[in-house]
Design a protein. Structure first.
Length: 255
């Protein structure tokens, strides 16, 4: 069984998270992007979960379909069956400097959450960013997390501490990370999160020193430039999220 905490505890290791899979070269948040990242040897796959109009759970970042798919409108206004018919290969390149294509680059569906978990649970770390508002959807995500026994290998990234409290009430066995107030490391530690995901802007010297003192698994969002990756590694940041994990892995292997 894959242990994400063991990866973070390995001395001198930089934990590599593939942001929306190997999204710098393949359609983001698709099984293809996840498979290619896994083949590279990344430690963690990061992806986003939203709800369809009929309560299905799908993996897509944006609230709307227009950027990455052949569809239009809000994800939550389409039933799961309609979402599955769309082509999700309409964006090319990293999220911060890619472009919308006039035609899809290939054949790629919007995956259902269950598809992704069935393919990768227990094989690689999973960073599951939750964008759902209904209690029933959160209940289902927690049930799937427990069903796939992700405690050792994955965590839920919740938008707020209130959402994290709701998950904790459903089950204490779900590993948590929170996106709210990221600069306030003391608040996250007091709440008892299992992982933190600071932005680069959070990384003051006192913040980094406290990370190192506590040893809490940290995954910085994000670095899509080799020089920035090298700087983060030199500062002994535990983990880095990137759209171009091939570049980060090449840097790690070159040192």
């Amino acid at each position: 069984m894959f242990s994400l905490r063991a990866r973070y505890a390995s001395p001198g290791r930089t934990v590599v998270t593939a942001h929306r899979g190997f999204s710098g070269q393949y359609p983001e948040n698709t099984l293809l992007a996840f498979s290619k990242a896994y083949e590279l040897g990344v430690d963690v796959l990061e992806f986003d979960v939203r709800e369809s109009a009929d309560g299905g759970l799908v993996v897509i970042h944006d609230a709307t379909l227009d950027r990455t798919t052949t569809g239009t409108g809000r994800v939550d206004q389409h039933p799961l069956s309609a979402l599955k018919r769309l082509n999700a290969s309409c964006w090319e390149g990293p999220h911060d400097r890619g472009r919308r294509l006039s035609d899809p680059s290939g054949e790629a569906e919007i995956p259902a959450l269950e598809e992704v978990l069935s393919a990768f649970a227990g094989k690689v770390g999973l960073n599951i960013q939750v964008y759902t508002d209904r209690k029933e959807a959160l209940d289902t995500i927690v049930r799937l997390y427990l069903h796939h026994d992700l405690r050792a290998s994955g965590f839920l990234m919740l938008r707020t501490f209130a959402e994290a409290e709701r998950v904790r009430a459903l089950s204490p066995d779900v590993a948590l990370c929170v996106g709210e107030d990221r600069v306030n490391l003391a608040r996250h530690l007091s709440f008892g999160v299992d992982y933190v995901q600071p932005t680069r802007q959070c990384l003051t010297e006192p913040f980094v020193l406290r990370l190192q003192e506590t040893g809490i698994p940290a995954n910085v969002f994000y670095a899509n430039d080799r020089d920035i990756m090298a700087e983060l590694m030199a500062r002994k940041i535990p983990g880095i999220m990137t759209d171009i994990p091939d570049v980060l892995l090449d840097l790690i292997h070159s040192i």
